[in-house]
Design a protein. Structure first.
Length: 282
């Protein structure tokens, strides 16, 4: 992003290290907005503009992503163990309501279009970022959130996801590479609209975030190498990303299961208005 792109790579010596308070703030933003339906990249862009917060060094940015990755792994520990054990069970397809080998296959199917879209549009996103564009995508996200209480398709078994449904969810996850379109929000909402059970929709979204976060980390590594700001800020940023990320996962699952996901709509609408204001009056 910006000065850290391949064509404008700057030395870590040109940028002062992240302070302790900045590391906490960045970890909080990363942990909360990675999973809440509010767009993490859009919030980081706003934070840089409103508070003069610069983009973190590459190594620290990678550390924050590892924190949210750890949060997902811990949150889905039961499902991950179930999927891993299904690889050694005689009949891993028997119970569609439990997590098993089929979910691993569906996660791979979803990750393919996500990866393709991310690779194709990654450089475009980094060089064409505007507040107006972010605001427009927040408006799209607001509309999707308002639709999240609807069910456009009835499924006889809402706990069973088809291959084409996983692929469609992977496509919309890939489109979330554009700032302002929430990855978790868009994937969960699409799953709900297709008639998938709320808890299954939320946890599948969290599951496919694992390869997405890892992919983002690989793109970060490709840009170059920088130094961590120090032991204390690094540990603080990682822990805040992990703990806040885990709490955000709990909140999202609770709201989705209770049919209250649309409560984020007023917030995203306000963010869209703020982005448009900064675009034309900032």
């Amino acid at each position: 992003m910006g000065p850290w792109s391949a064509r404008g790579l700057r030395s870590a010596r040109d940028i002062p290290p992240v302070s302790f308070l900045q590391s906490i703030f960045l970890g909080l933003i990363q942990g909360a907005t990675e999973f809440l339906p509010v767009s993490s990249s859009g919030h980081l862009l706003l934070a840089q503009r409103l508070f003069g917060l610069r983009e973190p060094e590459l190594a620290f940015d990678l550390l924050l992503h590892l924190g949210t990755l750890a949060a997902v792994v811990f949150f889905l520990r039961t499902e991950i163990v179930s999927i891993a054990s299904s690889l050694f069970r005689r009949d891993p397809w028997a119970s569609p309501s439990s997590w098993g080998r089929r979910d691993l296959w569906l996660a791979i199917v979803a990750s393919v279009p996500t990866g393709i879209i991310g690779v194709v549009f990654h450089e475009t996103v980094e060089t064409g970022l505007t507040f107006g564009g972010v605001g427009a995508r927040y408006l799209v996200l607001t509309t999707l959130l308002l639709l999240s209480s609807l069910q456009l398709r009835h499924k006889e078994d809402p706990d069973r996801m088809e291959v084409w449904e996983a692929a469609a969810i992977g496509v919309i996850q890939g489109l979330a590479v554009f700032p302002g379109l929430s990855r978790s929000g868009s994937t969960i909402i699409l799953a709900l609209l297709m008639g998938i059970a709320p808890r299954r929709a939320a946890k599948f979204s969290f599951l496919i975030s694992l390869p997405a976060i890892l992919g983002g980390a690989l793109f970060t590594l490709k840009k170059g190498v920088s130094h961590l700001p120090g032991v204390v800020p690094s540990v603080a940023g990682f822990l805040f990303a992990l703990v806040v990320g885990y709490l955000a996962l709990l909140l999202v699952e609770r709201l989705v299961v209770k049919g209250r996901f649309q409560r984020f709509a007023p917030y995203t609408a306000c963010l869209a208005a703020l982005c448009f204001y900064l675009q034309f009056h900032g």
